[in-house]
Unconditional design. Sequence first.
Lengths: 256, 420
Amino acid sequence: MMTQLIYDGTLWGLLTVIFEAYERRLEQVRILKTGTAHPDIFGTSLLIISDPVKAARVWKGLKEKLSASALHQFYSCYLSELPQIEDTLLAFTRHVFASKQNSEKDFGHEATLTLSKVGRMVHREKHRMEAFVRFQRWADDVYFAIVAPDYNVLPLIVPHFKNRYGDQRWIIYDQRRKYGIHYDPETGKVSEIELELTENPLTPSAEVLHAEEKNYQMLWQDYFSHVNIAARKNKKLHLRHVPMRYWKHLTEKQPG
Amino acid sequence: MENWDRIREKLQILADAAKYDVSCSSSGSKRANTEKGLGNTTGMGICHSYTEDGRCVSLLKILLTNYCIYDCAYCVSRKSNDIKRAGFTVEEVVALTINFYRRNYIEGLFLSSGIFKNADYTMERLVRVAKKLRTEHRFNGYIHLKTIPGASDELMNEAALYADRLSVNIELPTETSLKQLAPEKNYHDIMKPMAYLQQGITARVEEKQGVYKAPAFAPAGQSTQIVIGATPETDQHIMTLADTLYKNFKLKRVYYSGYVPITSSDHRLPVIGTPVPQIRENRLYQADWLTRFYSFSVEELVDQHHPQLDLDIDPKLSWALRNPHCFPIDINKADYHLILRIPGIGVGSALKIREARKFRKLSWEHLKKIGVAFNRAKYFITCDSATHFHRDMNPDALRHQLLAQSKYAKGLSSQMSLFQ
């Protein structure tokens, strides 16, 4: 019989669910986030409360069985927020614990292969964000950027931006998920922030921006249009590399 | 900066002049952010944007100036060309680099220059920009400097201390062609700094294996560019030259740049309107990849009987069709390097196959899911399935069949429209 396990959407919550699936010997399971679950008239639904002790036991077990990169991939796949990714993560976990040897590269196993593909997709989005973040310098010397990534990759890009821009204050805000990451050069720490944006942050009013900001945006737009070689125009290739959904946050794609 | 309009105009002119250099790489260097400094290079390189022609924009790629005393026929900045000229000051280039970098527009700077006064004078200015960025601004982002043919060893040495990558463009695949189109240049002046730097890089790598920390010396190595289609050399010429450069000078990359016609008045060159040989360029890059990452030799891909790469199909498939005796390859048993030789299987799939077959025998279903290009690969493989596609397949028939498949059919039609 199918059992729905409903959790709070956090990683700890998901790991607790996996723990409970073992503990209660549940064979057929669907894992759903609170709010996305519909009552299932043919099966039972259980609300699972996050339990750090249970979650840590599952995590520790995975850590013992898997390489660091496979463990990271597990986390990346969770951040994908794809429908039913939780079920795949559970199937993967079951396969890992059932195998004597390390099974993370058993690409003939369906869940294992799926996770390696999803992991790559998430990694690609992370890499895209490292490329497509465009900071605008504000008058108070904060460098502010807005993104709307397909997957929840802000946690994954923290080390990159922290290492690169260690001497400037910056904020990267995920418009879709309504939270941001803020780096403070004084403490060297990154924190999560929630922001109420009062005006359209893509086109802030003149007094919000640093005096030179508009000039540098214009120079960047000039540069972008002048490195193009018209005789080699290849729109299809261009769109494959920079899909249209990213354009609204790219300085070079704004009307000059 | 004071005069924004003037800066804009200069940037437009000097970006325009630099864009025919196709190198965009920002990879191969690991430079950590020092305390309170700006930026780092991560070894991977990032393409921050793409132009409408689909090329990566990773670095601020500009000339310091497009004034030039040379008259190379293929170059837009040649002395006799009637164009607007401009020059940046060292401070202007530094300010642009830092400000673009802080906004996450770029990975760093790629600075080249027209040659004014003489080689050393020009090289010295380029080095000064890099030095200022590294020392005064503690900039740890990527710096690619062009080395000017004929510049002194002392300046090359200094350039290598500040830059991640250095490059000098060979431009034309034979010295005869170079003599004809760039009378002031010669292979000796181009190869000399390349050889000097290669010795320096090798020496530094050996030092680094010692116990003390040696300063970086062009950590991302050297690259060069060869212009394709301006002169009559074959792909065999070009690939043999590239092979020599990889082997003798340990270059990190050879770039192939399809010639974009810039004049109609020089009978030595293709006139304006002649299509850029983009497909040929693409085939050369594919062949280049095969020699560097798939352990193919140049002789396997082009030879006296096949001096040109096949434009209709990729060089790996072309090789496979010329060598039917090498197939089929047993996916569950064959050595990794043989699996890499199967058309439709790239490095990613080959690695997955190598790992996955340790757990179970792989069938067509597994291979499809792993992501091999099944419709191409299936003719060259046996696996753990009763169905076979390889039997009695003659290369000509297979070629026709594969060409009829969508991907190649599309490639063909776009090729046709290029020449209409």
